[in-house]
Design a protein around this ligand. Structure first.
Ligand SMILES: NC(=O)c1ccc[n+]([C@@H]2O[C@H](COP(=O)([O-])OP(=O)(O)OC[C@H]3O[C@@H](n4cnc5c(N)ncnc54)[C@H](OP(=O)(O)O)[C@@H]3O)[C@@H](O)[C@H]2O)c1
Length: 241
């Protein structure tokens, strides 16, 4: 059970990489109840993760499957949630002009429709508390201002297209909830270049996942409703759209 003064924080996509580092950091805070999700039911993986992080709880949710997200929402302690961090994502170098429309559709399904499914599934739980923070892990590849520069970097292509759409999802979600006076904080965060399976596709030299995770959580802790509909870098600097 969570005590009423504990913040309940859920990271969608926590089997490895940045998501797992976020859950690990969350478990270090005595005032936080840390939850993560893994994509498929795997007793071995769940046992492994719970052995590694005994105070965390791991649920199952495939972000491309609405029913699995709704089922995960049913399993939240007390049916309540303070902070939803949507971290799950796919990313590789898939230039739009060389990729099939089905490939682009797969990116949109995971990186845009997935977060939309997650937001809708967890809204009732977020509304049950006052904190009401929704954090979408985006990318500088989705930053139109940077990608339109002649020397832009990153995975770009289909991935960048999906992350730009994810950023708009953050803005529209924030506008709708806050114009109705619901007091939500909805932001996109670029985690920096992180040495994970995805980050290593760009090359060597990404920062350790734990470093990005700590900065992201410091930022999330500082955010207020007046910061909603913004795009941040992991270190708290505001990014242009
Ligand atoms: N690494 C970087 O440098 C970098 C830079 C900018 C943005 N990002 C963003 O940061 C986030 C985390 O990336 P990462 O570097 O940690 O990537 P990663 O190492 O490839 O991990 C991706 C995570 O997303 C999960 N996932 C993928 N598809 C899923 C699905 N359909 N349902 C549920 N979970 C799913 C994976 O679960 P499985 O283990 O089941 O596959 C895994 O936990 C992503 O949104 C990424 O776009 C990363």
């Amino acid at each position: 059970m969570s005590s009423p003064d504990q913040q309940i924080v859920l990271v969608i996509g926590a089997s490895r990489g940045l998501g797992l580092a976020l859950v690990e950091k969350l478990t270090k805070s005595p005032t936080t109840r840390a939850l993560g999700t893994v994509r498929t039911q795997s007793p071995t993986l769940q046992l492994e993760l719970e052995a590694q992080l005994p105070s965390a709880t791991f649920l199952t949710a495939d972000i491309t499957n609405e029913a699995s997200l709704l089922s995960a929402a049913q399993q939240l302690p007390g049916g309540e949630l303070d902070v939803l961090i949507v971290n799950a994502g796919m990313g590789a170098r898939d230039p739009v002009t060389q990729s099939s429309t089905d490939t682009l559709a797969a990116y949109l399904d995971t990186n845009v429709l997935g977060p939309h499914r997650a937001i809708r599934a967890f809204l009732p739980a977020l509304r049950a508390r006052k904190t009401r923070k929704i954090i979408l892990i985006s990318s500088s590849s989705g930053c139109l201002t940077q990608q339109a520069m002649p020397d832009s970097i990153g995975l770009a292509g289909c991935y960048g297209t999906s992350k730009a759409a994810l950023n708009m999802l953050a803005v529209q979600t924030s506008n709708e909830l806050n114009r109705a006076g619901e007091g939500f904080t909805v932001v996109s965060i670029h985690p920096g270049w992180v040495a994970t399976d995805m980050g290593n596709k760009v090359g060597d030299g990404g920062m350790p996942p734990a470093e990005s995770a700590s900065k992201i959580l410091e930022l999330v802790g500082r955010l207020e409703t007046s910061d909603s509909a913004s795009f941040y870098k992991f270190d708290g600097e505001k990014m242009p759209w």
